[in-house]
Design a protein around this ligand. Structure first.
Ligand code: ZN
Length: 92
């Protein structure tokens, strides 16, 4: 294997241990809930879910679970009030 590619693989392994380097700006996913499958989206700092609860409350277990899964990759000011993990490192 080419030495420069070996270096990139090593760097990728390091980066994979530092998820705070990644900040999502948008994404879309399906979420398989207990009763139905919903579509969750995150775009321009706003969450959306196709479930009925979200349309009434502006947050739901699917979007809050998404925040927990993606953790610090969602900017703090765009979170829906979920507590941050104890080891959270604020990045600007
Ligand atoms: Zn939902």
């Amino acid at each position: 294997m080419h030495s420069s590619m070996i270096g990139k693989i090593a760097k990728a392994k390091q980066y994979a241990q530092e998820p705070e380097r990644i900040r999502f700006t948008q994404f879309e996913a399906t979420f398989r809930g207990e009763n139905d499958t919903h579509q969750i989206t995150f775009e321009e700092g706003a969450w959306h879910c196709t479930c009925h609860f979200f349309s009434d409350w502006g947050a739901c277990c699917h979007t809050m679970a998404g925040e927990r899964i993606f953790g610090m990759m969602i900017p703090a000011h765009q979170r829906q009030g979920e507590p941050l993990p104890v080891n959270y490192v604020a990045l600007r």
